[in-house]
Design a protein around this ligand. Structure first.
Ligand code: ZN
Length: 213
């Protein structure tokens, strides 16, 4: 049974597909999304939380050695026979090295799915996303229909783009092409990469991923 890495530009549907696979495999899969782990760590007022915060609050990446330690914890906590499902990591060459070394040290086999979508589609998805400034929940007009107020606390929803300039969006794409795409090309050369058309309906993308597992 191979571990699964999901990659793609921002808003390519990585999180959505990860949740669908989690639902499909239930407790046979362990989900690892470094961004969520780092946000959770940074929210603690203690020595580790404050260390992480000095990086995350300035939009900086945690040092590779730190991510390596987090990865060690992930592998150490993996149950025998379970699949690891990784969302959005590794993102750059130095992380690929840490990740590949850890995978081989723990004897894990893995496959990388690249959800391919074009930038126009990514921006149009972003523009259909709303979030609640009070509770932080994200809503998508595609899934939830047109809504103006948060169903949980009646706060007026804002669009994601309100706090994101086109320059900031473009910077996310540029970082992907500059740093992440080259390592996906390497995974392709290594025979580990499968490209999936991410512009199909959500369910079709999930089925295509499953057909390769
Ligand atoms: Zn809310």
């Amino acid at each position: 049974m191979k571990d699964i890495i999901i990659a793609g530009i921002a808003w390519s549907g990585k999180g959505t597909q990860a949740r669908a696979l989690e639902e499909k495999f239930g407790d046979q899969v362990q989900y690892f999304e470094p961004g969520a782990v780092l946000r959770a760590l940074s929210s603690n007022d203690n020595i580790v939380g404050n260390y992480a915060k000095t990086y995350t609050s300035n939009g900086l990446l945690l040092p590779d050695a730190f991510m390596g330690s987090v990865l060690s914890l992930v592998f150490a906590s993996l149950h025998q026979g379970n699949r690891l499902l990784v969302d959005g990591f590794p993102r750059m060459h130095s992380q690929k090295k840490i990740f590949d070394d850890a995978m081989s040290a723990w004897g894990r086999e893995f496959v990388v799915f690249h959800l391919v979508i074009d930038e126009d589609e990514a921006v149009s998805r972003l523009q259909r996303r709303m979030f609640c400034p009070s509770c932080g929940t994200t809503y998508n007009e595609l899934l939830h229909g047109e809504i103006k107020y948060c169903p949980q606390d009646s706060t007026l929803l804002k669009r994601r783009t309100d706090d994101m300039s086109m320059e900031a969006i473009q910077a996310r794409f540029d970082a992907f092409y500059k740093e992440t795409k080259p390592i996906l090309d390497e995974y392709k050369t290594e025979g580990r990469l499968i490209e999936i058309n991410g512009q199909q309906p959500v369910e079709a993308v999930t089925l295509e991923i499953l057909s390769h597992l």
